[in-house]
Ligand binder design. Structure first.
Ligand code: ZN
Length: 142
């Protein structure tokens, strides 16, 4: 089953400053700002045509995002693929021996089911899988 690029996650030190650049200067459209308390992270989704970015800001020092920035600096944090059936994807990844962060999908931002794949097996890139649960399944923009 083919996958689609859903979004690229970028760890930023400060969301307002990042939006200043992506929204005001680069012309991205702000879709939503959401707090993800479980990850102690505040995220902003911005879009320009088919390009969708997730800007991630740590809410405190315990956030995985602040740990990421402390270790590697701000920058690309993860890449997210949109899949049709996340449970089936996770089953085949497990069968292939790929190291997963989430063995089962969990609710993510924007009403999606998500799961993360450990960067150890993917060339050092944290991968996110996302299944959109919206019943009106359309390709392209919605
Ligand atoms: Zn993401």
């Amino acid at each position: 089953v083919s996958k689609k690029l859903d979004h690229i996650g970028i760890a930023v030190p400060e969301l307002t400053a990042a939006l200043e650049v992506y929204e005001s200067a680069l012309g991205f459209e702000l879709e939503e700002i959401e707090e993800v308390p479980a990850q102690k992270t505040r995220v902003a989704f911005v879009r320009s045509g088919d390009i969708r970015l997730e800007l991630l800001e740590a809410m405190n020092d315990a956030s995985p995002v602040s740990k990421f920035i402390a270790k590697r600096g701000p920058g690309i944090h993860h890449i997210c693929f949109q899949v049709e059936d996340i449970a089936a994807e996770l089953t085949s990844l497990k069968a292939a021996g790929v190291r997963l962060i989430d063995e089962t999908a969990r609710p993510g931002a924007a009403g999606c089911l998500v799961a993360f794949i450990h960067p150890a097996g993917t060339g050092g890139v944290l991968l996110e899988l996302s299944q959109h649960l919206s019943p009106s399944k359309q390709s392209g923009t919605e």
